[in-house]
Design a protein around this ligand. Structure first.
Ligand code: SF4
Length: 319
């Protein structure tokens, strides 16, 4: 497996280093985000914050600008806090990774194996899938995760645990894919029970999906002389980021005009946003007034960037 990975692994920038800071940035970005989506964010981030000291000394508002669009903004806050801690206390080792706020079992194992060379199995969805198929295990949820961890630790070469973890994840991402696994190219085909009994398509057993929650929200954008009124958001999802006032139901009054609507998914919530635009005669001090071409300097979550674009289009139509 490790040999296969050395020859076939994708040459991703975070795989060229064992620097805990760079590995942690990549692992944090890759949670819930694909490699293709994370890559441009990682490259921009590392250009601006090339080492732990540069992130620790930066303002969180600037870090959020570089994170904006990735979602899960609390991770950016935690990364920033960890960077500040690491600059005076140093990096933990082994089990110590889990003592950091926001570092779960998967990330702790990835860090300990890649950066410290310790035999901890990092189990994500890719590893669970490879294990479930190789061993034809019909379990799901936490039982599947525990079994996959035991399997990975039992098979892990003790001198290259980091490479092993990355190899199994890479195999899951590129060969043992959720749909259409490329079994004829698989280096462990000869050990795979699912291949022998053609049960790949049924494994792993799907977890029951939590019910989706539909929400309606209105975004209320105030504009004064082609400048939008920004506020710091208070919502849990976007706390500390910049945006526009949001309410579940808006009594807009006659002054507000409809700019459009769109849907956006956050965790298991599907939010239908309706965007209202209201021209003000004077610029109220409760807002920070920003021209649309300057908005990229503020950390706006994706739905607010989209709302701003709708509002800008509406404004230009009326000029
Ligand atoms: S043989 Fe097929 S199902 Fe088995 S591990 Fe390889 S890709 Fe996955």
């Amino acid at each position: 497996m490790v040999d296969w990975y050395a020859k076939n692994g994708r040459p991703l920038p975070w795989r060229k280093t064992k620097d805990p800071y760079l590995v942690l940035v990549s692992e944090t970005m890759l949670q819930q985000t694909t490699v293709a989506s994370s890559l441009p964010y990682y490259e921009r981030w590392v250009e601006r914050f090339p080492d732990v000291g540069s992130l620790a000394s930066a303002d969180i508002d600037e870090a959020l600008v570089y994170w904006a669009g990735l979602g899960y903004y609390s991770r950016c806050h935690r990364l920033h806090e960890i960077a500040k801690l690491a600059t005076f206390a140093g990096w933990p080792k082994g089990e110590g990774w889990q003592s950091l706020n926001g570092i779960g079992p998967y990330t702790a194992a990835a860090m300990a194996s890649i950066c410290d060379g310790l035999p901890f199995a990092a189990v994500d969805g890719n590893v669970e899938r490879v294990y479930a198929r190789v061993c034809a295990d019909p379990e799901s949820g936490s039982r599947l995760k525990s079994a996959a961890k035991r399997w990975s630790e039992a098979n892990m070469p003790k001198d290259t645990p980091g490479e092993w973890n990355q190899a199994v994840m890479e195999l899951g991402a590129t060969i043992c894919r959720p749909r259409g696994p490329k079994c004829l190219e698989c280096p462990i085909q000869g050990h795979c029970q699912a291949f022998r009994d053609s049960s790949q398509g049924r494994l792993p057993t799907p977890k029951p999906k939590p019910a989706r929650i539909d929400i309606d929200m209105s975004i209320h954008i105030r504009v004064h002389k082609m400048h939008f009124g920004l506020i710091k958001l208070e919502s849990n999802w976007w706390k500390g980021l910049w945006g526009f006032p949001i309410v579940e139901q808006l009594d807009t009054g006659p002054a507000a005009r409809l700019s459009g609507s769109f849907s956006h998914v956050v965790t298991r919530h599907r939010i239908k946003f309706t965007v209202w635009l209201e021209a003000l005669e004077s610029c109220s001090p409760e807002f920070v007034w920003v021209h649309p071409i300057e908005l990229h300097k503020y950390a706006l979550p994706a739905p607010f960037t989209r709302a701003a674009k709708l509002a800008e289009t509406k404004l230009l139509e009326t000029v």
